[in-house]
Ligand binder design. Structure first.
Ligand code: HEM
Length: 73
């Protein structure tokens, strides 16, 4: 598995973690005022999703630029 695939897998699984934390928020809110750690729990996975997502967004442009460069340098 190369580096880009690892990043994609991390993004994939983080999206599940993020979804679960959002679902936990709705569940906790149904039971009243949720504790702060539940309210803020989606932020860490969302933050990591942003970096892995922006990395994947940039990939096609980076590889295209690399392909244009002459082989010698
Ligand atoms: C926070 C900012 C985010 C950015 C910048 C971002 C960006 C991206 C990009 C560029 C891709 C690759 C698209 C392609 O194949 O060309 C991608 C794939 C994906 N994103 Fe995000 N994303 C973000 C957040 C999320 C969130 C919140 C979720 C879901 C909860 C999510 C779920 C996914 C999934 C499931 C894929 C497909 C992964 C795969 O191909 O295996 N992303 N995202």
């Amino acid at each position: 598995m190369n580096w880009n695939q690892v990043i994609r897998q991390i993004h994939r699984w983080l999206s599940i973690v993020f979804t679960l934390t959002v679902a936990a928020n709705f569940a906790a809110m149904a039971a009243g005022e949720p504790p702060a750690w539940i309210v803020y729990s989606p932020l860490l996975p969302l933050f990591l999703l942003m970096f892995t997502g922006l990395y994947m967004f940039a990939l096609p442009y980076l590889t295209r630029r690399r392909a244009r460069r002459p082989a010698a340098g």
